[in-house]
Design a protein around this ligand. Structure first.
Ligand code: IMP
Length: 215
């Protein structure tokens, strides 16, 4: 493995990124990422398959959480690691549930489930005419736990919040996330269509382009 060292800084390893651990145990994300990076010749290994537990997400920003998760997985596996932190940002709720999307209902005393999160969202928007929202995703790729130059990419997917669910694909808020340009909710899209246009797809394309530039 070759390394580039500058000053006293940590090495930015130049090892090939053909085997990467995905720092997430979310089955929905795993499916989407596997489909997206398989085409780029990168073998993605779920951190759960390597015995890595879910990392804490203590930070108030997506990028800090993504980096924390990636570092955690790289440290415990010795492999390059890819993490995403993502969420739903609703305009009239001033960006909520945002970075707390996975725990939106739990923070109000409810359970940690998609159904409870969606119920809280619908209730927060009851009678509201401005339904604009976007999914946001930050990806962080570290070559090793102390990588001083993590690759960071982001993506936004704009839509509107429905007050009744539509569709059965996807996960999380997808049944309530409507894409006017596709005239469908995210849960009504075939997985391949969501994978081609989602916030994660946008961020991942940006990340893969950066990797290609570096190669
Ligand atoms: P994270 O694991 O902290 O990144 O949590 C992301 C949360 O945001 C998920 O648990 C979902 O609630 C929501 N989310 C992110 N991306 C999507 C998506 O593509 N569809 C539906 N919900 C999403």
């Amino acid at each position: 493995m070759s390394e580039v060292r500058e000053g006293n800084g940590a090495a930015r390893s130049a090892s090939p990124l053909n085997k990467v651990v995905l720092a997430s145990n979310n089955a929905g994300k795993l499916r989407e990422f596997a489909a997206l990076v398989g085409a780029a010749g990168i073998e993605l290994i779920a951190q759960g398959d390597l015995g890595v537990p879910e990392a804490e997400e203590p930070h108030p920003t997506f990028v800090e959480n993504a980096l924390t998760k990636a570092r955690h997985a790289a440290k415990l596996t010795g492999l390059p690691a890819l993490a995403d932190d993502s969420g739903l940002c609703v305009r009239v709720l001033r960006g909520a549930p945002g970075v707390y999307s996975a725990r939106y209902a739990q923070l109000a005393g409810g359970e940690k489930s998609d159904a409870a999160n969606n119920a809280r969202l619908v209730s927060a928007l009851q009678g509201e005419s401005d339904r604009r929202a976007y999914y946001y995703c930050v990806l962080a790729l570290v070559r090793h736990a102390d990588d001083p130059e993590p690759l960071i990419a982001e993506g936004r997917w704009h839509g509107e919040i429905l007050d009744a669910p539509r569709g059965s694909h996807g996960f999380g808020y997808d049944p309530y996330f409507f894409l006017p340009s596709l005239n469908a909710s995210a849960a009504e899209l075939e997985p391949a269509v969501k994978n081609a246009s989602s916030h994660r797809a946008i961020a991942l394309r940006q990340l893969l382009a950066r990797l290609t530039e570096e190669a």
